[in-house]
Design a protein around this ligand. Sequence first.
Ligand code: NAI
Ligand code: ISE
Length: 339
Amino acid sequence: MALKLGVIGTGAIGQDHIRRISQNLSGARIVAVTDIDEGRAKAAVKNLEGVRIEKNGQDVIRAADVDAVIVTSWGPTHEEYVLASIAAGKPVFCEKPLATTAEGCMNIVKAEVAHGKQLVQVGFMRRYDKGYRALKDVIVNGKIGEILMAHCAHRNPSVPSSYTTDMAITDTVIHEIDVLRWLINDDFISAQILMPKKTRHAENHLQDPQIVLLQTAGGVRIDVEVFVNCQYGYDIQCEVVGETGTARLPEPSNVLMRSGAQRSVEILTDWKKRFSDSYDTELKEWIDSVKKGQFHGPSAWDGYVAAVTADACVKAQQTGQIVPISIPKRPALYNLQER
Ligand code: NAI
Ligand code: ISE
């Protein structure tokens, strides 16, 4: 039987998830959507049959025919909708960030622990990317020995003028924070940010690029270059260095062209295409988990740890200091989760 889904927020990623659930995946169908911009909600489902437009997110969550909820509205609205889904006992897939503050994420963790069963998954889709999964396989199977360091880059061609310096962490590097913790299977203990020479392509108020330095409890050192006005493309790099070798995230496969005395490969320009397969796998596995009632994906706890780490990075941006990160003991509810 198809799982019946309600979607809150039909902007860029909401529309993309609606399209993939309706066209690429089986096992679920959208029955209700909402957006504060009603026209956008209507446009998002204009080619789908039998989808209702609800007045607001709470109506989507309450609806008797909605088995599970997808939250793809703006970050500051996530906490309210995730808490309401838990209160209604409905599984909820929430795009990152789980909440915009660590305190908000902790409210969700506490509500889920009180409920006694996992219901929440956070949209950290890189854990579903074939390349990152291959990298994890190399690490877990000891193929390059103990991990010592990782060198990463997260580059976007450009960002809107509303993008601020802290968003380089909370909106962008948050993906590296989660995926590196998952790859290395260790929590972070400190963060520091270095500010290189600023690009002329960034707005006056935005410090771009930045270098984020993280250290894990086991002593692994990570550097992430975040450069959101790099102009040339959407480029995600990750190289892990172990005691006996190194392993690098594969490049997206593209045709190698020889033309005009050049050898060239296209570089993608947006996150939608770069992680398209990962989003498919992420939602497919989430739909299967909801049906089985067993969750393996990024949990509310992972959302909380990412938020605590991001807060430390933002403090490091503001102070120029090395900021310690302290993660409390993980509640037993999350101990069985695959890491
Ligand atoms: P967007 O601005 O394109 O879309 C958000 C939509 O939510 C808008 O249509 C807006 O009208 C609607 N909305 C806002 N408040 C609402 C409310 N209370 N009820 C109903 N609708 C509401 O933004 P985008 O890029 O789609 O991002 C949405 C979320 O997804 C953000 O949290 C973002 O960080 C995350 N995201 C995750 C990505 C990933 O790679 N996992 C990629 C892009 C976004
Ligand atoms: C965006 O919100 C995302 O989540 C993308 O995956 C990320 O690469 C981009 O930098 C963010 O702005």
